[in-house]
Design a protein around this ligand. Structure first.
Ligand code: ZN
Length: 220
């Protein structure tokens, strides 16, 4: 049972296509995994398009005709070379099936690299400007306590992790702002998450503070 969902504002921006493209992959992947948000996003879409139609009832038949012609005459989309779409990823000998929204951009997934503390990450460059990371935490792993200069979105693809606030399972979507600090950990179970940041992490405790100059290399 999914307990944490994107808020209304994020869902509306997602449906409108106004989200940062990497954050949209995280929200879209949650929607793939969550029947509740899938239905709700559809409702928002219906509501918004009804509003749009209502606002443009003065379309003359001539305008409609012109629009139709435009659509019919527009060039067919270029067909690019087939790209390698992955159904699943393998890390540390474990396989994880990818939800559809993630599968669509899987050909952009970079190589896995190990970061300290039984944590692996693979960058996924969604476009020229924004990226997400797949983060795999083995059992008993921890990420040093940190805050965010802006926002962090984390989606559990498979497994369980916890922080000071709660425990998060498959499909849970956690959105944290700059005022939150937390230290994600796994216990007996490992965890694959999808993580998005709009600014590098800020480590707050002990030795990890020394990592701050490099935090952008870690997670972004
Ligand atoms: Zn949901």
């Amino acid at each position: 049972m999914i307990k944490f969902h994107p808020n209304e504002e994020l869902l509306v921006q997602y449906v409108q296509g106004n989200l940062d493209s990497a954050l949209a992959v995280v929200v879209g992947t949650h929607i793939d995994m969550c029947q509740h948000c899938k239905a709700h996003a559809r409702d928002i879409e219906t509501h918004l398009s009804a509003k749009e139609l209502g606002a443009s009832t003065d379309f003359s038949e001539l305008t409609m005709q012109a629009m139709l012609e435009d659509i019919l005459n527009s060039a067919a989309p270029a067909i690019s070379a087939p790209q390698q779409i992955l159904d699943k990823v393998t890390v540390e000998g474990k396989q994880f099936r990818l939800p559809p929204a993630l599968k669509r951009v899987s050909h952009r997934l970079g190589d896995w690299s190990k970061v300290p503390g039984s944590v692996w990450r693979a960058p996924l460059k969604v476009d020229d400007h924004s990226a997400v990371n797949l983060i795999y935490m083995g059992a008993g792993a921890s990420v040093p306590e940190h805050t965010h200069r802006q926002h962090e979105a984390t989606l559990v693809i498979n497994g369980t992790f916890n922080d000071e606030h709660d425990r998060y399972h498959d499909g849970d979507f956690v959105f944290l702002g700059a005022d939150h600090r937390h230290s994600p950990q796994t216990a007996e179970e490992d965890c694959l998450t999808l993580a998005w940041l709009d600014a590098p992490l800020q480590f707050t405790s002990g030795m990890a503070r020394l990592l701050n100059p490099f935090s952008s290399l870690f997670f972004k």
